[in-house]
Design a protein around this ligand. Structure first.
Ligand code: ZN
Length: 267
């Protein structure tokens, strides 16, 4: 399964950086969504280290009828087309960019950054980040921060490549001003499947509070996007950025659920 996961590696000639196998403990963590296609709506999984307790969110409330569309691995030549599709549907997304790809797609990155959509960090070189020593982890986040700054972005969200994160990495991301976010619905579009399979995988997991994972690097993903947005509209779901999603989740915390699920005391 790790082999499959590694096929999502980006065309940066950095395969060597990914050659160290993960520990068994981390393998379980990073493989969850890839194995099952869907992952639990719980804080520890979805936004590790956040003070927002998702158990206190009432997903039946109208304010919770939002889906965060997240599109990883750009900037990419497909992005302007994706922007057009989003605009046509009144939808928004969060693009998680790889710092090292920004210089070659500078114009596109700037276009997305000023489009009303959100741009987050997906590291500089897309490594299996927890395999890196602390100074290289820091370098990878800091370099991406510089690359994003070159297109006017100060990211507040971090998407770890492969969903590979541990407490120290989430804390480092926070130090850089970013919350870490995984996903609840995995399109598995990196497996080179067709648009109809991608659409089906997402649509069966479209629900209030969902965080959908897609990749801008795949033509099939772009082809699947209109039908996904239309199905969301039919169900009364709004597609929003990560920051709008978080705000909607916080608005949907109810006193009753907060009493049932008191936040753990933090040290
Ligand atoms: Zn990625």
């Amino acid at each position: 399964m790790m082999t499959l996961f590694r096929r999502a590696v980006l065309p940066l000639g950095l395969a060597a950086a990914l050659s160290v196998l993960p520990s068994a403990a981390m393998a379980g963590q990073r493989s969850y969504a890839a194995t099952h296609g869907a992952a639990p709506f719980v804080t520890e999984h979805l936004i590790p280290g956040s003070d927002l307790d998702l158990a206190q969110v009432d997903l039946t409330l109208p304010t919770a009828r939002v889906v965060a569309l997240t599109i990883d691995d750009g900037p990419d030549a497909n992005d302007p087309h994706i922007l057009d599709i989003l605009r046509a549907h009144g939808a928004k997304a969060t693009f998680f960019y790889i710092g090292a790809k920004i210089p070659e797609h500078h114009g596109i990155a700037k276009l997305v950054a000023t489009s009303g959509n959100e741009v987050g960090s997906h590291t500089e070189t897309h490594p299996m980040t927890t395999d890196l020593k602390p100074d290289l982890r820091e370098w990878n986040l800091a370099q991406a921060e510089k690359a994003l700054a070159s297109v006017g972005v100060k990211a507040t969200w971090f998407r770890p490549p492969y969903g590979d994160v541990d407490d120290a990495l989430a804390a480092l991301a926070r130090h850089h001003g970013m919350a870490t976010v995984q996903w609840t619905a995995d399109s598995q579009d990196w497996k080179d499947t067709g648009p109809e399979i991608i659409r089906h995988r997402i649509v069966e997991r479209l629900a209030p509070g969902a965080v959908v994972l897609m990749h801008s690097t795949k033509a099939a993903t772009v082809a699947a996007l209109p039908a996904i947005l239309e199905e969301g509209e039919r169900r009364g779901l709004r597609f929003v950025t990560m920051s709008e999603w978080e705000s909607a989740m916080r608005q949907s915390v109810t006193p009753e659920l907060a009493l049932l699920h008191p936040a753990p005391r933090r040290h």
